[in-house]
Design a protein around this ligand. Structure first.
Ligand code: OGA
Ligand code: MN
Length: 245
C-alpha cells in the first residue's frame, strides 16, 4: 500500500511567484494540529476534539457550505442499503454533498486531511490510504440516530472526522455530536458544533448520534479509509438500537 491516492493529486501545483501569490493565491493557512496529542487520545479513548484556528480555509469552507445549501445543491442522505424513504427519514435527516476537490476551500481541506493521514500513519501505523468527505447540513429538526460509521472488521472506514462550521452555536441549539462508550452505552462526550471544532474518532468503535438541531447546522464529515473502494456511502453506516435512557 504505497503511493498517494489519486484524489490528492488533482490540485494544480502552486505558483511560487511572490507577486502572483499576493494577488491570486489566497493563502490557505492550513490549521495545525497536535498530532501527538491526537494519536495519544485515539489510543487511550478512541476519540479527540480540537479547536482549529480561524484560518482562511475555515471561512471559505463555511461560505461554500452555506452557498451550496442556499443553491439547493445538498441532497437528502441515504443509509445502508435502505432505499425506503420513510426508513431513512427515521434514521437520519441531513443533506449532503460529496467533495470533488474542485474549489480552493475543498482542496485546502483535502490537503489538511492528507497531513493528518500521513502524520497518523507515522505514529499509529493505521494504514490510512484514502480520504472521502462531504458537506452536511442538518436543517431545523435534523438528526442522525445512533450508529457506527463502519462495520466492525469491514476495515474500510477507519477514522471518522467532523469539522463544524457554525459560529455562535450554543448547546441549547441542539445538534450535539454525542459519543457513546460501546461497552456500557454511557455518554462519553457531547460535542457542540461550534465553528472550528474538529472531532475525530475510530469509525468501527465509537457509536455516536447527532441530537436534533434547532437551527441549520453545517459540517464536513470525513472518513480516512484503509482502501479506496470509491465512494460507497450506501454500505457504510450501521444503525444501532437507541441507548437505554
Ligand atoms: C455522520 C455523522 C456527525 C456530525 O455523518 O456519519 O455521524 O456531528 N456526523 O455531523
Ligand atoms: Mn457517523
Amino acid at each position: 500500500m504505497t503511493g498517494t491516492p489519486e484524489k490528492h493529486n488533482r490540485r494544480a501545483p502552486p505558483v511560487w511567484s511572490p507577486i502572483l501569490s499576493l494577488q491570486t493565491h489566497i493563502p490557505a493557512g492550513l490549521p495545525r494540529i497536535d498530532l501527538d496529542a491526537l494519536c495519544r487520545a485515539l489510543v487511550e479513548q478512541g476519540w479527540a476534539v480540537f479547536a482549529l484556528a480561524d484560518t482562511a480555509m475555515l471561512t471559505a469552507l463555511r461560505e461554500e457550505a452555506l452557498a451550496l445549501w442556499q443553491e439547493d445543491e445538498l441532497t437528502r442522505a441515504g443509509i445502508g442499503r435502505a432505499d425506503d424513504f420513510d426508513i431513512v427519514r427515521e434514521i437520519r435527516r441531513d443533506k449532503t454533498k460529496w467533495f470533488d476537490g474542485a474549489s480552493e476551500a475543498q482542496a485546502a481541506y483535502l490537503d489538511f486531511a492528507e497531513t493528518l493521514r500521513v502524520g497518523i500513519n507515522e505514529r499509529l501505523l493505521l494504514g490510512l490510504f484514502a480520504f472521502e468527505a462531504h458537506y452536511a447540513v442538518y436543517e431545523p429538526g435534523g438528526f442522525y440516530r445512533r450508529h457506527l460509521d463502519s462495520f466492525r472488521g469491514a476495515r474500510n472506514r477507519i477514522l471518522s472526522s467532523v469539522l463544524y462550521l457554525n459560529p455562535g452555536w450554543e448547546p441549547a441549539d441542539g445538534g450535539l455530536l454525542r459519543l457513546f462508550d460501546e461497552r456500557d452505552d454511557s455518554v462519553m462526550a457531547d460535542i457542540v458544533p461550534e465553528c472550528g471544532t474538529f472531532a475525530v474518532f475510530l469509525s468501527e468503535e465509537i457509536p455516536h448520534e447527532v441530537t436534533a438541531a434547532l437551527k441549520a447546522r453545517f459540517s464536513i464529515a470525513g472518513w480516512h479509509r484503509c482502501n479506496d473502494l470509491g465512494r460507497a456511502p450506501a454500505l457504510q453506516a450501521r444503525v444501532l438500537p437507541l441507548a437505554a435512557p
